[in-house]
Write a protein that binds this ligand. Structure first.
Ligand SMILES: [Zn+2]
Length: 273
């Protein structure tokens, strides 16, 4: 069925109507409803506000229509961040269901993450310690759970992000640098993987780490952190970073995996196979 545009309808209706201006306004409103109801083609996230068009149509003056970007575009852009950073690939093999729970400490990790998914709200989730103990796995599963609930997650791998931001010059690349930082501040949920990975972080790395954590802390924004360092070790690097994290995790969402070779999945898999 052909859909008439507003001009067609005015041409058809106008000769019959005395008040053309009122007619145009009414037709405009009918078209607004139709335009807004039209189904869009955007994928990956369903928005009831724009019906996945990414645009909403609003009245402009008495008879005009203007289009505005829908707020879901922000969520979509955060989700695209997830896609390009590889989290969506990671999610396929790292769900809560596939997280190994043979031992008590593993069950504790899982139940802490599930509690966070359920009621973490504006807190932080921190898991630090033994490499290969499933830290990235549990954080990824947690992100997936939060995304299922309609929340947008931005994923950053600490080493890549801090190197990229620090490589930008304060003068020449200032705008880009500020944009990158604003993205980590604004993300609804930020997952920082392998936080402060370097054996001896430089002063610049430490102060960038502090700025990012501080800005998430001030805004009370959900932040998920995995690190090979425990929070105690981060405290030795910079007390203010560890302090801010602890204030937001409390004891409830703070996990420390002691360095014990039995806890290394990757190593264990290799010896078993
Ligand atoms: Zn929308």
């Amino acid at each position: 069925m052909k859909e008439y545009g507003i001009i067609d309808e005015i041409l058809i209706q106008a000769p019959k109507c005395k008040n053309t201006e009122k007619l145009i306004e009414d037709l405009r409103d009918i078209n607004l409803i139709k335009d807004n109801a039209r189904k869009g083609k955007l994928k990956g996230y369903h928005c009831t506000k724009c019906n996945d068009k990414g645009m909403i149509y609003l009245p402009d003056g008495k008879t005009g229509i203007k289009a505005a970007e829908c707020s879901c575009m922000k969520i979509r852009s955060d989700m695209n961040g997830v896609v390009t950073s590889g989290l969506s690939e990671m999610i396929k093999s790292r769900s809560f269901d596939t997280f190994r729970c043979d031992e008590l400490w593993q069950r504790q990790i899982k139940s802490t993450a599930l509690a966070f998914a359920d009621g973490g709200a504006d807190s932080f989730f921190f898991i630090g310690g033994q490499s290969g103990s499933g830290k990235t796995h549990i954080c990824t599963a947690l992100c997936e759970e939060l995304m299922k609930a309609g929340r947008a997650v931005k994923y950053i791998r600490w080493n890549d992000t801090f190197r990229e931001i620090l490589s930008l010059s304060d003068n020449k690349d200032r705008q880009l640098k500020e944009k990158k930082l604003a993205e980590t501040d604004a993300a609804e949920i930020l997952f920082i993987d392998d936080f402060l990975k370097s054996a001896k972080p430089s002063e610049a790395e430490k102060s960038l780490a502090f700025n990012i954590i501080e800005n998430r802390y001030i805004r009370s924004k959900t932040t998920i952190i995995s690190s090979e360092k425990t929070l105690g070790e981060i405290n030795e690097i910079r007390e203010d970073i560890a302090g801010r994290i602890y204030e937001k995790t409390g004891d409830r969402f703070l996990l420390k995996i002691p360095r014990d070779i039995n806890k290394n999945y990757r190593f264990r898999n290799r010896t078993v196979n």
